[in-house]
Structures are given as structure tokens and as C-alpha cells.
Design a protein around this ligand. Structure first.
Ligand SMILES: Cc1cc2nc3c(=O)[nH]c(=O)nc-3n(C[C@H](O)[C@H](O)[C@H](O)COP(=O)(O)OP(=O)(O)OC[C@H]3O[C@@H](n4cnc5c(N)ncnc54)[C@H](O)[C@@H]3O)c2cc1C
Length: 448
């Protein structure tokens, strides 16, 4: 039986304390709404058919999908539902894969290529279906603009539109000049863009709570404040131990701890994602005139930079503005000041607005920016590293993982063929990653 235990040597304890970075401030969503505690902390030894680690969008989507198939599922979340990236993100629903399909497609068998292309598009429709089926109130709004800062971005957007339309996706509209762009977003920071009616935005924590309630009603046993401290796996038998010392014996295991998994991360997963800190702020509500003068369409917006800005007006009329990627594994400082500077460059007229909340969270990114699916034994599988693209794709991943658990492994097996290199650098990893990001920021600045 393979065993992955946290190593609590003093030097590791230091890095674990650094890993608490994303919990220093609650997100505005966590101030809006508190998730139920469901069954609370696990307080006895149990057995189940499938155990899931992680109460974010991936773990909960997998649990729901498995319960819909009739499985006996237990889910373990270290804190509360949505404490990870899923309760702290920008709320942007973006279809497609997190990196170019060409990159992914070279690993996929020819007969699966079109299916994989379509898998990238399934996320938004799945969100629509689940909102309807489970009556989830989550302030969803459809419409998304990819904005171009310079001509290089416009060329990228033209190529993007061409490739999506070649596969029959017809929700895109090129915004080739400022006057067409200004129907959607009024900012001199951009020269054009691409409107996508098939993507949009939502309140991520309300959506996650809605999914969690649906999973719980469908039979999932959801334990919160139940951190998994060690994982032992062998064929058809997995043993988890919680921080409080209770054991869970499960026939199958699905690991969805993503960038928060830390030291318990099994060897095959470790080093293949880097936890990048991204930050978001919420302003006080804008009045109608202000909304019309910034984002009259109320679409979600993201620019074409590698260290991009992403923003939207939410149902409460607040500007939810995100950006600022940090590869340094330290507490983020000056978050609000830095995000205000970024917002001023896009919307100078909003500088007088008060900031209600600013927060950060951890995104799992992979070297090739494609999600990392894999297995640690015949009965234990995982996914991690959506590279900032998980609001929509986590639902698709949940279906792929639950299909794999139930024996339908086609998509899962194809995706495990993608080569994921570890991030270079060993102990010097953080400075090297920070240097790498510096290079990308320089490219953004000089429009390379
Ligand atoms: C600031 C920020 C902004 C973002 N904006 C966007 C956006 O606008 N659009 C988009 O598509 N994506 C965005 N993302 C990315 C998106 O949030 C993630 O891709 C997605 O939430 C990943 O979901 P997940 O369930 O895989 O991981 P997470 O939501 O991170 O969940 C993992 C969970 O596992 C739990 N866990 C970890 N280890 C253990 C353990 N040992 N025992 C028990 N539980 C454990 C954690 O506590 C956590 O709750 C953003 C992320 C951040 C941080």
C-alpha cells in the first residue's frame, strides 16, 4: 500500500504556515453568504464506496455526479465549503480549454479529438442545466468580452474566433473598433475585443453552495473541518486518516484538493502544479449611470495579457475586479492598493469608489496550462491545475472523474496521456517561478 503522509519536520512546518496565504481575508462572497456545515467534522471511523478530498467546485461536482449515478459518497473538506479557490474567484464562466487546443490535441487519439474539443465547451451548458435542475440562485449573467490591449491581441482573437467557428461555435462577435467595443465596455485601455454570448459570470459561492445542497440531498455525506492528514492507497482499498485521527476506508478515492492540497499531495501530483496567488476586490455598488459609463452590457471582461485583469459588475452592482498574479509563496501585501491602480488604468472615473473587500486565493497552474488528470493507483484518481479556468471546467472534470469511477474511462484515459512536466527549480522553485512571471509581465508591457 502506497502511503502519502504529511511530513511535519520543523522546516516543513514553516512552509505550511506560509501556505495559509489565501485565508487572510474572506472573499466578498463569504461575507454575502455562509455555507451550511452539512455533517460537520468527522468524529468516528467510517467506510464508504467513494471518498472525495476537497469541497471546492471539482469535489462537489464529482460528488453530485456520482450520487446522480447512485454511488455512496463521502466528501472531506479541510475548512468550510468554498474556502479554496472556488469561494474566492472572479466568478468568470469561460468556455473552452485553459490552453490552446492544439497543445492538448497532440496527446489525444485521432478518434477522440472532436469529442475533446466539445468537452471544452460543455462547462457553461452544464452550469445552465444545473442552475435550472436544482433551482440554484447564483446571480448568473451571460456575455463575456475578451479585450485587446494592442494589435497582437487582436490577431490572437481573430485566430481564436476562426478556430471556434470551424468547430461550429457561433456565439462570437468581433469588436473590431472602439465604437463597437464601447457597446459592451467603455474604456480607452482597449482597442477592440471579441464578444462571446456563450460565456458569462456568476456568484461562485452561491453556485457552489447550491451544488453542495443538491449533492447532499442526492445522498453525499459532506464533512467539513475534516482535513485529510494521510492517504494510503492500494487496489480497491484506500485508507484516509483525518487530522483528528479518524479513519475512512473507501473502495475508490478522488483527490480534488488542487492548489490547497499541500504536503499530503501524493508524489505523482507534487511539483506538477504551482500555487499562484491571484487577488480580487469588490467596490461599493455603482449607480446606474456609472454602470452605463463602464460596462453597459454587464458582460464579464478579461484582457489578453498573461498577467491579466478580469472584472465584472455583479448583481449587487459592485465592480468585482481581479488580477495580480504572484508566484511568491508569501503573504500578499498591498492587495487593495495594487488592484486600485490596475482599475484606475481601465476606469479612471471609478477611483473615488470605496473598496468593500479585497482578498486573495490560490490558483493551481501547470507548466503547459492544461488540467492535470491522473491516477495514483487503480482505485485512486485526481485532477488539479485548471490554470485559472476552473469555474466552468470543474463541472466537466467532475463528470469525467465520476465516469472514470463508474468504469467509463474514455475521456479520463485520454486526458491522462497529456505530458505534465514538473516545475523546475527544486528548492529554488519560488524565485525561478517569480523570475519567469517577471518575463511574462515584461512581454505584456512591451506588447511582445
Ligand atoms: C483569486 C482567484 C480568482 C479566480 N478567478 C477565476 C475566474 O474568474 N474564472 C475561473 O474560471 N477560474 C478562476 N479561478 C480559478 C478557480 O477558482 C479554480 O480553478 C477552481 O475553483 C478550482 O476548483 P477546485 O475545486 O479544483 O479547487 P479549490 O476550489 O481550490 O478546492 C480545493 C479544496 O480542497 C480542500 N483541501 C485541500 N487539501 C485538503 C485535505 N488534505 N483535506 C481536506 N480538504 C482539503 C481545500 O480546503 C479546498 O477547499 C480563480 C482562482 C482564484 C484563487
Amino acid at each position: 500500500m502506497k502511503c502519502f503522509k504529511r511530513n511535519l519536520k520543523p522546516n516543513n512546518a514553516k512552509s505550511l504556515s506560509k501556505m495559509s496565504i489565501s485565508h487572510i481575508s474572506k472573499s466578498i462572497y463569504q461575507l454575502d453568504i455562509s455555507p451550511p456545515k452539512f455533517l460537520g467534522q468527522l468524529n468516528k471511523d467510517i467506510r464508504c464506496s467513494v471518498a472525495i478530498i476537497g469541497g471546492g467546485l471539482t469535489g462537489i461536482s464529482t460528488a453530485l455526479s456520482l450520487c446522480e449515478k447512485g454511488f455512496d459518497v463521502c466528501l472531506f473538506e479541510a475548512g468550510n465549503i468554498g474556502d479554496g479557490g472556488s469561494g474566492r474567484n472572479g466568478g468568470q464562466i469561460c468556455q473552452g480549454w485553459s490552453s490552446s487546443f492544439e497543445k492538448l490535441s497532440k496527446y489525444i487519439d485521432p478518434e477522440f479529438k472532436e469529442d475533446m474539443w466539445q468537452a471544452g465547451l460543455e462547462g457553461p451548458n452544464l452550469i445552465k442545466e444545473r442552475i435550472k435542475k436544482y433551482k440554484i440562485e447564483c446571480d448568473v449573467h451571460w456575455g463575456y468580452v475578451h479585450t485587446a490591449i494592442h494589435k497582437g491581441h487582436m490577431r490572437e482573437l481573430e485566430a481564436y474566433q476562426k478556430s471556434f467557428e470551424a468547430h461550429g461555435y457561433n456565439h462570437l462577435l468581433a469588436l473590431n473598433n472602439k465604437s463597437s467595443l464601447f457597446n459592451y465596455i467603455c474604456s480607452d485601455a482597449y482597442i477592440g475585443g471579441l464578444y462571446d454570448a456563450g460565456s458569462g459570470h456568476l456568484h461562485p459561492l452561491k453556485y457552489l453552495i447550491g451544488l453542495s445542497k443538491a449533492a447532499s440531498i442526492a445522498g453525499a455525506k459532506i464533512y467539513t473541518n475534516s482535513s485529510i492528514f494521510s492517504i494510503q492507497t492500494a487496489n480497491n482499498k484506500n485508507k484516509l486518516i483525518t487530522k483528528q485521527g479518524h479513519s475512512v476506508i473507501a473502495e475508490q478515492l478522488v483527490i480534488c484538493g488542487n492548489a490547497y492540497l499541500g504536503a499530503v499531495s501524493p508524489k505523482n501530483m507534487r511539483g506538477k502544479i504551482a500555487p499562484v496567488t491571484s487577488s480580487v476586490m469588490a467596490t461599493e455598488p455603482l449607480n446606474n449611470a456609472e454602470i452605463k459609463s463602464v460596462i453597459p452590457s454587464r458582460a464579464a471582461i478579461a484582457d489578453g495579457n498573461t498577467a491579466l485583469n478580469y472584472f465584472r459588475i455583479d448583481k449587487q452592482n459592485r465592480m468585482i475586479f481581479g488580477g495580480r498574479a504572484s508566484y511568491l509563496n508569501t503573504d500578499p501585501i498591498n492587495v487593495e492598493k495594487d488592484l486600485k491602480k490596475r482599475m484606475r488604468a481601465v476606469f479612471p472615473d471609478l477611483m473615488h469608489k470605496k473598496i468593500q473587500q479585497a482578498w486573495s486565493g490560490r490558483i493551481g497552474i501547470t507548466v503547459n496550462r492544461l488540467p492535470h488528470f491522473g491516477r495514483i493507483s487503480d482505485s485512486a484518481i485526481y485532477v488539479q491545475g485548471y490554470s485559472g479556468h476552473g469555474v466552468a471546467f470543474s463541472g466537466v472534470a467532475g463528470n469525467i472523474l465520476s465516469d472514470a469511477v463508474s468504469g467509463k474511462k474514455d475521456r479520463f484515459n485520454q486526458l491522462t496521456k497529456i505530458l505534465h512536466l514538473p516545475f523546475p527549480g527544486g528548492p529554488l522553485r519560488t524565485p525561478i517561478l517569480a523570475l519567469g512571471m517577471g518575463w511574462y509581465k515584461m512581454r505584456d508591457y512591451f506588447h511582445i
